[in-house]
Design a protein around this ligand. Structure first.
Ligand code: HSE
Length: 306
Protein backbone atom coordinates (compact mmCIF):
# COMPACT_ATOMS: atom_id res chain seq x y z
CA UNK A 1 0.00 0.00 0.00
CA UNK A 2 1.27 3.45 -0.90
CA UNK A 3 0.13 6.67 0.75
CA UNK A 4 -0.09 9.33 -1.89
CA UNK A 5 0.14 9.92 -5.62
CA UNK A 6 -0.39 12.61 -8.24
CA UNK A 7 -1.50 11.77 -11.77
CA UNK A 8 -1.74 14.00 -14.82
CA UNK A 9 -4.12 12.83 -17.54
CA UNK A 10 -4.34 14.25 -21.07
CA UNK A 11 -7.64 15.27 -22.68
CA UNK A 12 -8.62 13.67 -25.96
CA UNK A 13 -10.66 13.84 -29.09
CA UNK A 14 -12.53 10.76 -30.26
CA UNK A 15 -13.69 9.41 -33.62
CA UNK A 16 -11.76 11.81 -35.93
CA UNK A 17 -14.69 11.34 -38.31
CA UNK A 18 -15.31 7.71 -39.31
CA UNK A 19 -13.32 6.13 -36.46
CA UNK A 20 -16.49 6.12 -34.34
CA UNK A 21 -15.87 4.50 -30.93
CA UNK A 22 -12.48 3.35 -32.27
CA UNK A 23 -9.89 6.11 -32.71
CA UNK A 24 -8.79 8.65 -30.10
CA UNK A 25 -6.02 11.23 -29.93
CA UNK A 26 -4.52 12.77 -26.79
CA UNK A 27 -3.67 16.44 -26.24
CA UNK A 28 -1.55 18.47 -23.87
CA UNK A 29 -4.55 19.72 -21.91
CA UNK A 30 -4.55 18.10 -18.51
CA UNK A 31 -6.64 16.94 -15.60
CA UNK A 32 -4.50 16.62 -12.47
CA UNK A 33 -5.57 14.45 -9.57
CA UNK A 34 -3.94 14.06 -6.17
CA UNK A 35 -4.99 11.09 -4.09
CA UNK A 36 -3.82 10.31 -0.57
CA UNK A 37 -4.82 8.15 2.35
CA UNK A 38 -6.72 10.29 4.88
CA UNK A 39 -8.70 10.07 8.12
CA UNK A 40 -11.99 10.55 6.33
CA UNK A 41 -13.20 10.79 2.71
CA UNK A 42 -12.71 14.20 1.17
CA UNK A 43 -13.02 15.53 -2.39
CA UNK A 44 -11.64 19.00 -3.14
CA UNK A 45 -12.19 20.53 -6.58
CA UNK A 46 -10.20 23.53 -7.78
CA UNK A 47 -11.06 26.03 -10.50
CA UNK A 48 -14.24 27.08 -12.27
CA UNK A 49 -14.24 24.16 -14.69
CA UNK A 50 -15.13 21.60 -12.01
CA UNK A 51 -17.75 23.64 -10.14
CA UNK A 52 -21.00 21.76 -9.69
CA UNK A 53 -19.42 18.30 -9.61
CA UNK A 54 -19.98 16.21 -6.45
CA UNK A 55 -17.55 16.77 -3.58
CA UNK A 56 -18.46 13.61 -1.68
CA UNK A 57 -17.82 9.94 -2.33
CA UNK A 58 -20.26 10.00 -5.26
CA UNK A 59 -17.57 11.89 -7.22
CA UNK A 60 -16.56 9.89 -10.32
CA UNK A 61 -12.87 9.80 -9.31
CA UNK A 62 -13.71 8.53 -5.82
CA UNK A 63 -15.95 5.84 -7.33
CA UNK A 64 -13.09 4.76 -9.60
CA UNK A 65 -10.87 4.34 -6.54
CA UNK A 66 -13.57 2.21 -4.86
CA UNK A 67 -13.77 0.07 -7.98
CA UNK A 68 -10.01 -0.62 -8.04
CA UNK A 69 -9.90 -1.64 -4.36
CA UNK A 70 -13.05 -3.78 -4.71
CA UNK A 71 -11.74 -5.58 -7.80
CA UNK A 72 -8.42 -6.15 -6.04
CA UNK A 73 -10.26 -7.56 -3.00
CA UNK A 74 -8.55 -4.99 -0.79
CA UNK A 75 -10.05 -2.89 1.95
CA UNK A 76 -10.05 0.73 0.85
CA UNK A 77 -8.80 3.37 3.26
CA UNK A 78 -10.52 6.76 3.37
CA UNK A 79 -9.06 8.94 0.63
CA UNK A 80 -8.55 12.64 0.15
CA UNK A 81 -8.86 13.48 -3.55
CA UNK A 82 -7.94 16.85 -5.00
CA UNK A 83 -8.58 17.64 -8.63
CA UNK A 84 -8.15 20.47 -11.10
CA UNK A 85 -8.72 20.44 -14.84
CA UNK A 86 -7.90 22.44 -17.94
CA UNK A 87 -10.47 20.46 -19.93
CA UNK A 88 -13.85 22.09 -20.64
CA UNK A 89 -16.57 19.75 -19.31
CA UNK A 90 -19.18 18.02 -21.51
CA UNK A 91 -17.89 19.55 -24.72
CA UNK A 92 -16.38 16.54 -26.50
CA UNK A 93 -12.80 16.66 -25.24
CA UNK A 94 -12.92 13.58 -23.05
CA UNK A 95 -13.22 15.20 -19.60
CA UNK A 96 -15.04 12.24 -18.04
CA UNK A 97 -12.67 9.74 -19.69
CA UNK A 98 -9.75 11.67 -18.16
CA UNK A 99 -11.42 11.49 -14.72
CA UNK A 100 -12.05 7.75 -15.11
CA UNK A 101 -8.43 7.07 -16.15
CA UNK A 102 -7.08 9.39 -13.45
CA UNK A 103 -9.13 7.72 -10.71
CA UNK A 104 -8.31 4.17 -11.80
CA UNK A 105 -4.59 4.80 -12.34
CA UNK A 106 -4.10 6.75 -9.09
CA UNK A 107 -5.95 4.17 -6.98
CA UNK A 108 -4.12 1.31 -8.72
CA UNK A 109 -0.84 2.96 -7.73
CA UNK A 110 -1.94 3.37 -4.10
CA UNK A 111 -3.08 -0.25 -4.02
CA UNK A 112 0.39 -1.41 -5.11
CA UNK A 113 -0.31 -1.94 -8.83
CA UNK A 114 -2.66 -4.96 -8.70
CA UNK A 115 -3.69 -4.29 -12.33
CA UNK A 116 -1.73 -3.85 -15.57
CA UNK A 117 -2.33 -0.89 -17.88
CA UNK A 118 -4.13 -3.24 -20.27
CA UNK A 119 -6.48 -4.38 -17.50
CA UNK A 120 -7.17 -0.76 -16.56
CA UNK A 121 -7.88 -0.04 -20.23
CA UNK A 122 -10.45 -2.84 -20.26
CA UNK A 123 -12.10 -1.59 -17.04
CA UNK A 124 -12.26 1.99 -18.34
CA UNK A 125 -13.65 0.86 -21.70
CA UNK A 126 -16.40 -1.13 -19.98
CA UNK A 127 -17.29 1.93 -17.91
CA UNK A 128 -17.37 4.35 -20.86
CA UNK A 129 -18.84 1.84 -23.29
CA UNK A 130 -16.15 2.59 -25.87
CA UNK A 131 -12.34 2.73 -25.85
CA UNK A 132 -11.56 5.87 -27.88
CA UNK A 133 -11.25 8.64 -25.25
CA UNK A 134 -10.01 6.44 -22.40
CA UNK A 135 -7.39 4.79 -24.65
CA UNK A 136 -5.93 8.14 -25.69
CA UNK A 137 -5.91 9.43 -22.10
CA UNK A 138 -4.20 6.28 -20.86
CA UNK A 139 -1.58 5.73 -23.56
CA UNK A 140 -1.24 9.12 -25.28
CA UNK A 141 -0.70 9.63 -29.02
CA UNK A 142 -3.31 8.26 -31.38
CA UNK A 143 -4.90 5.03 -30.19
CA UNK A 144 -6.85 2.71 -32.47
CA UNK A 145 -8.71 0.09 -30.46
CA UNK A 146 -11.36 -2.60 -30.79
CA UNK A 147 -13.52 -4.14 -28.07
CA UNK A 148 -13.29 -7.88 -27.55
CA UNK A 149 -15.11 -9.79 -24.81
CA UNK A 150 -12.45 -9.50 -22.12
CA UNK A 151 -9.79 -7.36 -23.79
CA UNK A 152 -9.32 -4.19 -25.78
CA UNK A 153 -6.61 -4.84 -28.40
CA UNK A 154 -5.10 -1.57 -29.59
CA UNK A 155 -2.29 0.03 -31.56
CA UNK A 156 -0.76 3.34 -30.56
CA UNK A 157 0.47 5.57 -33.37
CA UNK A 158 2.63 8.62 -32.78
CA UNK A 159 1.66 11.78 -34.65
CA UNK A 160 4.36 13.57 -36.60
CA UNK A 161 5.96 16.34 -34.51
CA UNK A 162 4.44 19.19 -36.52
CA UNK A 163 0.86 17.92 -36.41
CA UNK A 164 -1.42 20.00 -34.21
CA UNK A 165 -5.11 20.65 -33.81
CA UNK A 166 -7.47 23.56 -33.49
CA UNK A 167 -10.66 23.01 -31.51
CA UNK A 168 -13.64 25.32 -31.59
CA UNK A 169 -15.63 24.89 -28.41
CA UNK A 170 -19.20 26.25 -28.53
CA UNK A 171 -20.50 27.83 -25.35
CA UNK A 172 -23.05 25.15 -24.63
CA UNK A 173 -22.85 21.66 -23.21
CA UNK A 174 -23.96 18.53 -25.02
CA UNK A 175 -24.21 15.26 -23.15
CA UNK A 176 -22.80 12.16 -24.78
CA UNK A 177 -26.07 10.42 -23.88
CA UNK A 178 -28.09 12.92 -25.91
CA UNK A 179 -25.64 12.82 -28.84
CA UNK A 180 -25.71 9.01 -28.90
CA UNK A 181 -29.50 9.04 -28.62
CA UNK A 182 -29.89 10.54 -32.11
CA UNK A 183 -27.93 7.73 -33.82
CA UNK A 184 -29.79 5.06 -35.79
CA UNK A 185 -29.82 1.39 -34.76
CA UNK A 186 -29.07 0.15 -38.30
CA UNK A 187 -27.25 1.36 -41.41
CA UNK A 188 -27.45 0.50 -45.10
CA UNK A 189 -24.74 -1.64 -46.70
CA UNK A 190 -23.69 1.43 -48.69
CA UNK A 191 -23.09 3.42 -45.49
CA UNK A 192 -21.36 0.45 -43.84
CA UNK A 193 -18.93 0.17 -46.77
CA UNK A 194 -18.39 3.94 -46.71
CA UNK A 195 -17.52 3.68 -43.01
CA UNK A 196 -15.18 0.70 -43.31
CA UNK A 197 -13.33 2.21 -46.26
CA UNK A 198 -12.94 5.66 -44.73
CA UNK A 199 -11.97 4.41 -41.26
CA UNK A 200 -9.38 2.08 -42.85
CA UNK A 201 -7.94 4.90 -44.94
CA UNK A 202 -7.89 7.13 -41.84
CA UNK A 203 -5.98 4.56 -39.78
CA UNK A 204 -3.48 4.06 -42.61
CA UNK A 205 -3.05 7.82 -43.14
CA UNK A 206 -2.44 8.38 -39.42
CA UNK A 207 -0.05 5.42 -39.16
CA UNK A 208 2.04 6.44 -42.18
CA UNK A 209 1.84 10.20 -41.70
CA UNK A 210 0.17 10.71 -45.09
CA UNK A 211 -1.85 13.59 -43.75
CA UNK A 212 -2.77 14.87 -47.22
CA UNK A 213 -5.27 11.97 -47.20
CA UNK A 214 -7.09 13.24 -44.11
CA UNK A 215 -9.60 15.45 -45.94
CA UNK A 216 -11.02 12.37 -47.69
CA UNK A 217 -10.32 9.87 -44.91
CA UNK A 218 -12.15 11.88 -42.23
CA UNK A 219 -15.49 11.83 -44.09
CA UNK A 220 -18.12 10.04 -42.07
CA UNK A 221 -21.64 8.64 -42.45
CA UNK A 222 -21.88 6.82 -39.13
CA UNK A 223 -22.54 9.60 -36.63
CA UNK A 224 -21.80 13.13 -37.87
CA UNK A 225 -24.78 13.45 -40.26
CA UNK A 226 -27.15 12.57 -37.41
CA UNK A 227 -25.53 14.99 -34.98
CA UNK A 228 -25.61 18.00 -37.35
CA UNK A 229 -28.80 19.40 -35.84
CA UNK A 230 -27.24 19.38 -32.36
CA UNK A 231 -24.41 21.71 -33.42
CA UNK A 232 -25.63 24.57 -35.63
CA UNK A 233 -22.95 25.52 -38.18
CA UNK A 234 -21.22 22.15 -38.00
CA UNK A 235 -22.01 21.24 -41.64
CA UNK A 236 -20.25 24.40 -42.88
CA UNK A 237 -17.24 23.78 -40.61
CA UNK A 238 -16.86 20.21 -41.89
CA UNK A 239 -17.31 21.11 -45.53
CA UNK A 240 -15.26 24.29 -45.81
CA UNK A 241 -12.46 24.29 -43.24
CA UNK A 242 -9.96 22.85 -45.75
CA UNK A 243 -10.13 26.22 -47.55
CA UNK A 244 -8.68 27.74 -44.37
CA UNK A 245 -5.74 25.39 -43.83
CA UNK A 246 -7.31 22.34 -42.16
CA UNK A 247 -5.99 18.94 -43.21
CA UNK A 248 -9.17 17.31 -41.94
CA UNK A 249 -12.06 18.28 -39.68
CA UNK A 250 -14.46 16.30 -37.50
CA UNK A 251 -16.92 16.58 -34.66
CA UNK A 252 -14.81 15.98 -31.54
CA UNK A 253 -16.25 12.92 -29.84
CA UNK A 254 -19.94 13.43 -29.28
CA UNK A 255 -19.52 17.22 -29.70
CA UNK A 256 -20.32 20.04 -29.57
CA UNK A 257 -16.61 20.83 -30.13
CA UNK A 258 -15.39 20.63 -33.73
CA UNK A 259 -11.72 19.92 -34.31
CA UNK A 260 -9.35 20.30 -37.25
CA UNK A 261 -5.97 18.68 -37.66
CA UNK A 262 -3.47 21.00 -39.27
CA UNK A 263 0.13 22.07 -39.66
CA UNK A 264 1.32 25.67 -39.71
CA UNK A 265 -0.59 28.87 -39.24
CA UNK A 266 -4.08 28.68 -37.73
CA UNK A 267 -5.16 32.30 -37.80
CA UNK A 268 -7.49 32.06 -40.81
CA UNK A 269 -9.03 28.85 -39.52
CA UNK A 270 -9.64 30.38 -36.09
CA UNK A 271 -11.50 33.31 -37.62
CA UNK A 272 -13.50 30.99 -39.90
CA UNK A 273 -14.51 28.77 -36.96
CA UNK A 274 -15.62 31.62 -34.72
CA UNK A 275 -17.39 33.61 -37.47
CA UNK A 276 -19.25 30.58 -38.78
CA UNK A 277 -20.63 29.67 -35.37
CA UNK A 278 -21.51 33.31 -34.68
CA UNK A 279 -23.54 33.37 -37.92
CA UNK A 280 -25.55 30.58 -36.33
CA UNK A 281 -25.97 32.54 -33.10
CA UNK A 282 -23.36 30.59 -31.17
CA UNK A 283 -20.43 32.08 -29.29
CA UNK A 284 -17.36 29.89 -28.99
CA UNK A 285 -13.77 29.81 -27.86
CA UNK A 286 -10.95 28.21 -29.81
CA UNK A 287 -8.11 26.18 -28.37
CA UNK A 288 -4.84 25.41 -30.08
CA UNK A 289 -3.87 21.87 -29.11
CA UNK A 290 -0.58 19.99 -29.24
CA UNK A 291 -0.68 16.18 -29.20
CA UNK A 292 0.34 14.41 -25.99
CA UNK A 293 2.45 11.37 -26.82
CA UNK A 294 2.92 10.01 -23.29
CA UNK A 295 -0.52 9.43 -21.77
CA UNK A 296 -1.21 9.39 -18.05
CA UNK A 297 1.79 10.32 -15.90
CA UNK A 298 2.19 9.11 -12.32
CA UNK A 299 4.25 10.88 -9.71
CA UNK A 300 4.80 10.53 -5.98
CA UNK A 301 6.04 14.09 -5.94
CA UNK A 302 3.23 16.50 -5.16
CA UNK A 303 3.87 19.77 -7.00
CA UNK A 304 2.54 23.17 -6.00
CA UNK A 305 0.46 23.67 -9.11
CA UNK A 306 -2.94 23.55 -7.42
N1 HSE B 1 -17.20 7.76 -29.56
C1 HSE B 1 -18.03 8.47 -28.63
C2 HSE B 1 -19.19 9.11 -29.36
C3 HSE B 1 -17.19 9.53 -27.96
O1 HSE B 1 -18.96 9.69 -30.41
O2 HSE B 1 -20.33 9.00 -28.91
C4 HSE B 1 -17.93 10.31 -26.92
O3 HSE B 1 -17.94 9.68 -25.68
Amino acid sequence: MRWRVQVRVPASTANLGPGFDTIGMAFQLYTTIRMRVADEPQVILYGEELQGLPTDTSNLVYRMAELIFAKANMEMPALCIEMKSEVPLTRGLGSSAAAIIGGLVAANYLAGDPFTKEEIFFMATELEGHPDNVGASLFGGIVIAVMEKERVPYIKVLPQPDLKALAVIPNFMLSTEKARGVLPEAYSRKDAVHSVSHASLLAAALATGQYEMLADAMKDRLHQPYRMDLVPGMATLLEESHHYGALGTALSGAGPTVISLLKGDEEKLTRFFVDTLLEHGITAQTMSLTPDCVGVQISEEIDNSF
